[in-house]
Design a protein around this ligand. Structure first.
Ligand SMILES: Nc1ncnc2c1ncn2[C@@H]1O[C@H](COP(=O)(O)OP(=O)(O)OP(=O)(O)O)[C@@H](O)[C@H]1O
Length: 329
């Protein structure tokens, strides 16, 4: 049972989900391509988990069309389910089983699971495989969730905030695991609040606010990042405090220095700007500009702008959908 040639592993059109009179997802379109890591971003309560759970087939939608690996997830098919891996947002409770027993238990559901020992090592629980799952630390328990999600060697994996609670080293190890899956041609849907994580792993993303996609596409193009100016800043030393700035390259704009002497210049040509600032400083005997920074807009800058622009939409009760009911399709 394969996805048809040319068919996207995930395709969503006009998805809606209402909980009573609260419209959590309000007409969402998405296409997720084979082999990519796709990030779902958005503030708390935006509708990310609702969307992902509908794609996983664990939640019923109110309306819209959804295809996941060639099937409607609302139709429960055992074979289809075996091709999907899930790391849910909440850490699992696995009763009195050891780490190894938990992973073995889940491996048994799949026709061609990965070797259990390999999976346990890959999530960094090798030293703890005989430990009761109830005795794991929060971060170790999260790693066990990841092990359970990947052990079936799925074609498509949903990771809902997989690195929450992990220490920085464990986070990087989890990233390596996602890359490993991606290199094997598998598709990953990653929900995260960590923009550095999205930037490190995902090729494309959607930002969801109040149940709607407000930005969608390659991360590199988000918010016209390439067209947004770079800020060059430094703290003006006393030798330069009363000197006029040199003639700046075309388009560079200096803001008035702050009371504590921080000077910011916005430019599309930071290299050209530095090539006039450095000789200007040297002439005054300043070899190093204090606190010199060249700041290109980060994904976080762009994301925060997007959320600010769409902030009204995070309130409950926006845009009611007539006649929508819980559980209907
Ligand atoms: N079973 C439910 N009954 C009623 N409302 C719900 C239910 N599940 C989710 N909601 C509401 O739907 C909205 C979307 O929730 P969802 O969990 O999808 O958001 P999210 O984007 O995943 O948020 P977070 O980043 O906090 O995990 C929220 O306002 C939430 O309170």
């Amino acid at each position: 049972m394969a996805t048809a040639v040319g068919e996207n592993p995930v395709s969503v059109r006009g998805l809606r989900k209402s909980y009573g009179d609260w419209h959590a997802v309000q007409g969402l379109d998405l296409d997720i391509h084979a082999g990519e890591v796709f990030a779902l971003l958005g503030p708390n309560g935006a509708g990310k988990t609702t969307t992902v759970e509908i794609l996983e087939g664990v939640r019923q939608r109110t309306g819209g069309d959804v295809r996941v690996l060639g099937h409607d997830p609302a139709e429960d098919r055992r074979e289809w389910r075996a091709r999907i891996g899930v790391v849910p947002q909440t850490t699992g409770a696995y009763n009195d089983l050891t780490v190894r027993e938990v992973v073995e238990h889940f491996a048994a559901f799949y026709p061609a699971p990965l070797p259990v020992g390999q999976v346990i090592d890959m999530v960094g629980l090798g030293k703890h495989e005989k430990k009761q799952s109830t005795d794991l630390s929060g971060g170790q328990a999260r790693r066990l969730d990841v092990a359970v999600g990947i052990v079936g060697d799925p074609d498509l994996i949903f990771l809902d905030e997989p690195t929450t609670g992990l220490d920085p080293v464990a986070r990087r190890e989890a990233w390596d695991l996602v890359r490993w899956f991606s290199e094997r041609g598998r598709t990953t849907v990653l929900t995260t609040h960590y923009l550095d994580e999205a930037e490190a792993l995902a090729q494309r993303a959607a930002v969801i606010v109040a149940g709607r996609v407000v930005q969608y596409g390659p991360l590199a193009d988000f918010g016209d990042r390439a067209k947004t100016p770079t800020t060059v800043s430094f703290r003006t030393p006393p030798e330069l405090a009363h000197r006029l700035l040199p003639h700046l390259p075309h388009g560079a704009e200096a803001e008035p220095a702050t009371a504590d002497g921080l000077l910011r210049i916005r430019t599309h040509t930071p290299t050209a700007l530095l090539s006039v600032l450095v000789p200007w400083a040297r002439e005054a005997g300043v070899a190093e500009l204090p606190e010199l920074r060249v700041h290109r807009p980060t994904l976080e800058d762009v994301y925060l702008d997007l959320i600010r622009q769409n902030i009204g939409g995070t309130d409950r009760g926006t845009d009611p959908v007539d006649g929508a009911e819980e559980g209907t399709r």
